[in-house]
Design a protein around this ligand. Structure first.
Ligand code: ADP
Ligand code: ADP
Length: 229
């Protein structure tokens, strides 16, 4: 599960200038696909076509063979982990924050998700661990910690598809490391699409897609792209 096919897909916010056009990508289950390219290239738009936040208006997108428009937004929400730059935590315990994704999650499942997101080391340092209150009125976590908690929350659903949007923090070393780690640990049975600014951040991705001006200008593994210059 988690096979994603973009076939000549596109989307226009403005009919005169498509934001994404003619994009074809095949992601086999378990692959990590990185979307790189300059600001405005269309990376976030591509990611948001997979949530159906925006509807493809050119070509098609298939998820395990189903045209994406045939899948309800609710179904997609349940089967997709979506982590954005603005990771948020509510003023409640970490356990409750994480259980938002899966209300019946057990503590064992929560710890497994925290492990996979590289969040368990700092959570274990907290005196009350999962009972620690987060958010404005509780412990203030660093940006990187919040993102890891947010990844853990997304993983708790065990979604076949994980979308990671780190677009805005090009120069943030902590985020870069986080994405690198995520690429190493998240490659299991799930397909991930990850937005990154720098090629070096995603050198371990199974497929790197370089977008420019809404078009897929190159794709391949890190070393292949470097060899082609
Ligand atoms: P990236 O994620 O690579 O920075 P985006 O997908 O955000 O690129 O943007 C692609 C293009 O679509 C850009 O030209 C951007 O200005 C435009 N765009 C993005 N979001 C919107 C929007 N909500 N309304 C209109 N145009 C948008
Ligand atoms: P069933 O397969 O018995 O209908 P599911 O809960 O597996 O029950 O699926 C419900 C609906 O969700 C399916 O009819 C289909 O539209 C969609 N669906 C199921 N599995 C997938 C999948 N791997 N990828 C995309 N859509 C799926």
């Amino acid at each position: 599960k988690g096979r994603v096919v973009f076939d000549n897909a596109g989307f226009s916010y403005d009919p005169d200038s498509p934001a994404v056009r003619g994009v074809s990508i095949v992601a086999e289950p378990g692959m990590t696909v990185a979307l790189v390219g300059p600001t405005g290239a269309g990376k976030s738009t591509v990611l948001n076509l997979l949530t159906r936040f925006y509807e493809t208006d050119q070509g098609s997108i298939l998820l395990d063979g189903y045209p994406i428009e045939s899948l309800s937004k609710e179904w997609l929400r349940d089967h997709t982990g979506y982590v954005t730059q603005e990771s948020f935590l509510f003023n409640t315990t970490l356990r409750d924050n994480l259980k938002l994704a899966k209300p019946d999650a057990t503590d064992d499942e929560i710890w497994a998700a925290l492990d996979n997101a590289n969040a368990s080391p700092f959570v274990r340092e907290l005196p009350e661990m999962l009972d620690t209150v987060a958010g404005e009125r509780g412990v203030r976590f660093s940006g990187g910690e919040k993102q890891r908690l947010s990844i853990a929350r997304a993983l708790l659903k065990n979604p076949p598809l994980l979308l990671l949007d780190e677009a805005t923090s090009a120069l943030d070393n902590e985020t870069e490391r986080l994405v690198q780690q995520a690429l190493e640990t998240l490659r299991s049975d799930r397909t991930s699409f990850v937005i990154a600014h720098r090629l070096s951040t995603v050198r371990n991705a199974d497929l790197i897609c370089v977008l420019e001006d809404g078009k897929l200008v190159e794709s391949g593994k890190h070393d292949e792209l470097l060899a082609r210059g």
